[in-house]
Ligand binder design. Structure first.
Ligand code: AMP
Length: 465
């Protein structure tokens, strides 16, 4: 089936051809005709299924056909997304799909100046992609008015609820005209999300491309049982011996993510972290380096990773298992995108076993158990002694230090020579240092001095994301 068979107009079909898409994905095939008819839609779909095009394409067509002029400080279509990354990803897609349809697209999210937001919407914009908090700020300061909205899209609704956006969402919806088309997407559909959908939608059609809470079929999943303190060596060894295109490493907390970046650097592996404490430019730099394959290991918290759409993620490492089982589904959905296969490996410490149980209950499947790599203990010991040699100290993991004890002094980064400009590793070094990790990255397989503080936060680590 082709896109034109779905009823899409020529400028959209041309934009899809320019992108090289020859066939609609299942969610596009099922949703586009319904949306072109003007129906409200409840879409149950994970990221990676092509759902952005499924809602952007028919919306552009309906906006074109209605042929209304947008007034200053108004928008015609609003897409609400939980994270800045996802919002900018959606806006980028909308610009691509709408390139021959003369649709203006803008974003409004935190981390950029509100003056810029005001300028971007001042003359009115056809499609606005926003995160809820900043959107409300912009509206309350009188820079934007939603009274003429024609289409509302709520993307990743389950994530919105997890992030506590419920009141913001309700507030936004109260500002919208009653007569509008509403679309609601979520990867999972627990009762709380269904209730929210009922409030937002009128007589919606339902489209589901994954049965509720089943995990991405093409992802090869496994779990390795280990101690929390062994995870760092385990990750290093797996990264060293696995052929990886791009790997996402998930931690539960921001501090956990930073610690993994540091300890990988201590083992000679460059990576970047992406989480809520990083500035927008840092996040964008880290993501760009990851997409370009310059620093192909990205350590992320669940929230920050939501907008990451990179088709070449070959591996997802669950360095810490999520305490919310739905997050596991989201995490592993970052690989095996756009028809490719992928591998998801979970590290499970003793105190995380209940989380694994919850995940298996939700996904209704048992995660295959893999053994620790051959000769693991000896290799872990060797890594540790090499790190000690490199930094001249043996910093005990934070959780092993006596309460109140100060960590050893941070070594000066003089133990390993910085690669000269133009050396094969210098590009990685530059990117990793400049990126969100805050430096200390070596070439991807290069040994460098570093702090190597031990494994990331245990199950009881603070929940900041
Ligand atoms: P999404 O689920 O919207 O995040 O899309 C996942 C990825 O699939 C993105 O990289 C899209 O650009 C890509 N994609 C969307 N629709 C198609 C299609 N019909 N054929 C090939 N790739 C697609």
């Amino acid at each position: 089936m082709s896109f034109s068979h779905l009823g899409l107009a020529e400028p959209l079909v041309r934009a899809l051809e320019a992108k090289g898409y020859s066939e609609p994905t299942p969610i596009q095939r099922d949703s586009i005709p319904l949306l072109l008819e003007g129906k409200d839609l409840l879409g149950i779909a994970q990221t990676g299924t092509g759902k952005t095009a499924a809602f952007v394409l028919p919306s552009i067509q309906r906006l074109s056909e209605a042929n209304k002029r947008v007034l200053p400080t108004h928008c015609r279509m609003l897409v609400l997304a939980p994270t800045r990354e996802l919002a900018s990803q959606i806006a980028e897609s909308a610009r691509g799909y709408g390139q021959f349809s003369k649709m203006s697209v803008a974003t409004v999210f935190g981390g950029t100046s509100i003056a810029k937001n005001r300028n971007d919407v001042a003359r009115g914009v056809d499609i606005l992609v926003a995160t809820p908090g900043r959107l409300i700020d912009v509206i309350e300061q009188g820079f934007l008015n939603l009274s003429m909205l024609e289409i509302l899209v709520l993307d990743e609704a389950d994530q919105m609820l997890d992030l506590g956006f419920i009141h913001a969402l309700k507030k936004i919806v109260r500002m919208l005209p009653r007569k509008r088309q509403s679309l609601f997407f979520s990867a999972t559909m627990p009762p709380s999300i269904r209730q929210l959908a009922d409030q937002f939608l009128t007589d919606p059609a339902t489209v589901s491309v994954v049965p509720q809470a089943t995990t991405a079929e093409r992802v090869d999943q496994s779990v390795i049982f280990c101690n929390q303190s062994e995870k760092q060596a385990l990750l290093t060894i797996l990264l060293q011996e696995t052929k990886i295109d791009r790997a996402l490493v998930f931690t539960r907390t921001k501090h956990g993510a930073d610690r993994v970046v540091k300890l990988l650097a201590g083992n000679g592996i460059a990576s970047n972290a992406i989480h809520g404490n990083k500035s927008q430019p840092q996040r964008e730099r880290a993501l760009a380096a990851f997409k370009a394959g310059e620093v192909p290991i990205l350590v992320a918290t669940d929230i920050a990773a939501r907008g990451i759409d990179v088709s070449g993620v070959s591996h997802v490492f669950n360095f810490e298992l999520p305490n919310v089982p739905e997050q596991y589904v989201h995490r592993i959905g970052r690989t095996a995108r756009a028809g490719r296969s992928g591998e998801a490996i979970a590290f499970c410490a003793d105190d995380e076993r209940p989380y694994l149980k919850d995940i298996e209950k939700l996904t209704r499947q048992k995660v295959a158990q893999h053994e620790l790599p051959e000769d693991f203990l000896r290799r872990a010991e060797q890594l540790k002694s090499e790190r000690v040699k490199a930094i001249g100290a043996d910093p005990a993991p934070r959780e092993d230090r006596p309460r109140g004890a100060r960590p050893p002094a941070r070594p000066k980064a003089t133990h390993a020579p910085r690669p000269s400009a133009g050396s094969p590793q210098s590009r990685n070094y530059a990117n990793a240092s400049a990126g969100a990790a805050g430096g200390n990255g070596g070439g991807n397989r290069r040994r460098r001095g570093g702090r190597g503080r031990g494994a990331g936060g245990g199950a009881g680590a603070p929940a900041g994301r």
